[in-house]
Write a protein that binds this ligand. Structure first.
Ligand SMILES: Cc1cc2nc3c(=O)[nH]c(=O)nc-3n(C[C@H](O)[C@H](O)[C@H](O)COP(=O)(O)OP(=O)(O)OC[C@H]3O[C@@H](n4cnc5c(N)ncnc54)[C@H](O)[C@@H]3O)c2cc1C
Length: 372
């Protein structure tokens, strides 16, 4: 069976790798460079806490693949099991944390509840005015610059054809399968996998499938390096006015995000830009999480274009109109963690026609009633 994977972000390259590992012939077509879309802009959080509960089986599967990433990809993609600390600053945050901990248990996610004595002893300097926290010891982070090229290179070693920097024209169904016309020639295959990120709804629309999606860009920044002291990724349970998240990389820099509204992005050309005017507000919101931020210089800010589906959930699974077409797009703030699992699961679905991952909530035709 031949598969064209359209879009070479984390979802597309991971799918290409797992499809090739199952012995399928794969051509991945990426109009820019692999990994240059939302994925490279990611904060790099590999977090399961706070996630939509029916997504947890896929998140667990993905985490187990992140653990093996260095072995299967043949390079260190800086996956580190540092844990995910999520601070609580008031009664609303406390209530959401406790109800999530209770609800997530049956889905196989165990979070520890810490009191402030634990937080101070284990994570000095972090959240001095917090009243508690959750800790997810098996979560962590990875390097968004490394993971996608690593999946693409590993897929290529297994025989996948990786076509980059190409203008993509018509994408259509033919009598024998699918055809993608491009500035580097036409590609045809039995199966088409749409992993075009924020642009995925444009591809779906060509096959009569409407998905309400909006593109926007979360704002990120990084500081000068400081002595490496803070291991976990740190965030906050919402509801009490404190927002944002940060992590310290081994080189010492503090990467941060959240706390300000996302900037609007036009899908063409799809370049998301950070707004420097929002930086001071963002840092002020982050100070309760890490007061030391008041004294450091920010050396770079950035953003990335991601697609927010109206109900906040991605599209994953077969097309509802076109046999042989599959979709995995519309991942917003949760997609970096899910990427390896999505690639593995989509490859399983395409190669075998089934998967144990519950996909009902992510089906593409869930919006049909709204649209008709
Ligand atoms: C600033 C920021 C921070 C984030 N932080 C986190 C985080 O900490 N944790 C987390 O889990 N998630 C995070 N995310 C979300 C995560 O990065 C994304 O959900 C994930 O990377 C999406 O991957 P993707 O492959 O679907 O999309 P993309 O990486 O955008 O890839 C889609 C690709 O398709 C290509 N394409 C589009 N149209 C076509 C076409 N017609 N033909 C060929 N190619 C096409 C694009 O060029 C692009 O390269 C963050 C996102 C952003 C923007």
């Amino acid at each position: 069976m031949k598969v064209i994977v359209l879009g070479g972000g984390l979802m597309g390259t991971a799918s290409a790798y797992f499809l090739a590992r199952r012995g399928l012939k794969v051509t991945l077509v990426e109009r820019n460079r692999v990994g240059s879309g939302a994925t490279v802009a990611s904060f790099g959080n590999i977090r399961r806490s706070g996630r939509y509960l029916p997504q947890l089986p896929l998140a667990h599967r993905s985490l187990s693949l992140w653990r093996k990433a260095e072995a299967i990809l043949g390079q260190d993609v800086e996956f580190r099991v540092t844990g995910h600390l999520r601070l609580v600053f008031g009664q609303r945050g406390l209530a959401s944390m406790r109800s999530f901990i209770e609800a997530a248990g049956p889905w196989g996610l165990a979070l520890d509840e810490l009191d402030m004595r634990d937080v101070r002893a284990r994570f000095p300097g972090v959240g001095p005015d917090a009243i508690g926290a959750s800790f997810s010891p098996e979560d962590g982070s990875g390097n968004p610059r490394l993971i996608t090229p690593a999946f693409a290179a590993a897929a290529a070693r297994l025989g996948a054809e990786i076509v980059e920097q190409v203008e993509v024209g018509a994408v259509s169904k033919t009598a024998f399968g699918f055809e993608v016309k491009s500035s580097k020639g036409s590609f045809s295959a039995d199966v088409l996998l749409n992993t075009a990120g924020a642009w995925g709804a444009q591809i779906a629309a060509r096959f009569g499938e409407a998905v309400p999606i909006e593109a926007s860009g979360p704002q990120m920044g990084v500081t000068e390096p400081l002595p490496y002291r803070i291991l976990p990724v740190v965030g906050a349970w919402g509801g009490d006015g404190i927002e944002g998240y940060f992590r310290q990389v081994e080189r010492g820099n503090i990467v941060f995000g959240g706390g300000v509204v996302r900037t609007e992005v036009a899908l063409e050309p799809g370049h998301a830009k950070a707004d420097p005017a929002r930086l001071s507000l963002q840092l002020r919101k982050l100070l309760p999480l890490l007061p030391a931020l008041a004294k450091v210089s920010v050396i770079r800010t950035w953003s990335g274009c991601e697609g927010y589906v109206a109900d906040g959930l991605p599209i994953m699974g077969p097309s509802a109109t076109t046999p042989g077409l599959f979709h995995a797009f519309g991942f917003s703030g949760h997609g970096f963690q899910l990427g390896p699992g999505v690639g593995d699961m989509m490859a399983e679905l395409i190669a075998t026609g089934q998967t144990e991952v519950p996909l009902h909530d992510f089906r593409i035709d869930r919006f049909t009633e709204t649209f008709s």
